[in-house]
Ligand binder design. Structure first.
Ligand code: URA
Length: 209
């Protein structure tokens, strides 16, 4: 699938299977989410550019690789996106964090923003937008629109599960934003849930149902 990277590392797939099980507890779900998000972060940053920095080891001076450019931004789509942040920040502790709260008005179809906070200079940073579920794509599309309005133009979208319908909608709206996911599932049901999926990601991580 063009523009979609499925992260099929065995550890990712194993952890995802446990997360899907309905009997997995909130505590286990949350721990697995933290672990899997570290692994997903490793893959979504795999091709970041490096530059050389002159350093001195105890033995000699060398030119050694360091990340090029300004600090990354992890942009969480509220509320479930927050579940991915902890594990990602463990791997990239200096990343900046943005929070985007947005929904699509059913009547006007306009993206309504109820919360937005982001670092300055979005235009100069790689922005990795995170939400565990790419279902209809509506909130992800709207969140990326809001980030683009503030200048972001180098973006990636990272999720745990994606539905084919959500991928199609998202790619129509944002063909420039590559998608990274641990799985492309079968379909959406008539309530907008991913099947087979894992249920409501927010409820499962926060124990709200
Ligand atoms: N959001 C969820 O948390 N789960 C789904 O299956 C779809 C959207």
């Amino acid at each position: 699938m063009d523009g979609v990277t499925v992260i099929n590392h065995p550890l990712v797939q194993h952890k995802l299977t446990i997360m899907r099980k309905k009997e997995t507890s909130t505590a286990s779900f949350r721990r697995l989410l933290r672990e899997i998000s570290t692994l997903l972060c490793y893959e979504v940053t795999r091709d970041l550019e490096l530059t050389q920095q002159r350093i001195e080891t105890p033995m000699e001076e060398i030119d050694a690789p360091v990340l090029e450019g300004k600090k990354l931004v992890f942009a969480s789509i509220l509320r479930a996106g927050n579940g991915l942040l902890e594990g990602m920040l463990e791997l990239v502790p200096s990343a900046r964090v943005s929070h985007v709260g947005v929904y699509r008005d059913h009547e006007t179809l306009e993206a309504v923003e109820y919360y937005f906070k982001a670092p300055e200079n979005l235009a100069e940073r790689l922005v990795i937008v995170v939400d565990p579920m790419l279902a209809t794509g509506n909130s992800s599309i709207a969140a990326v629109e809001k980030l683009k309005e503030r200048g972001a133009h180098n973006l990636r979208f990272l999720c745990l599960l994606a539905a084919p319908e959500g991928i199609k909608n998202f790619q129509e709206a944002h063909p420039d934003v590559p998608i990274f996911t641990a799985s492309v599932d079968s379909h959406l049901n008539d309530k907008g849930y991913i099947v087979p999926g894992l249920g409501d990601a927010g409820d499962r991580m926060y124990g709200t149902k």
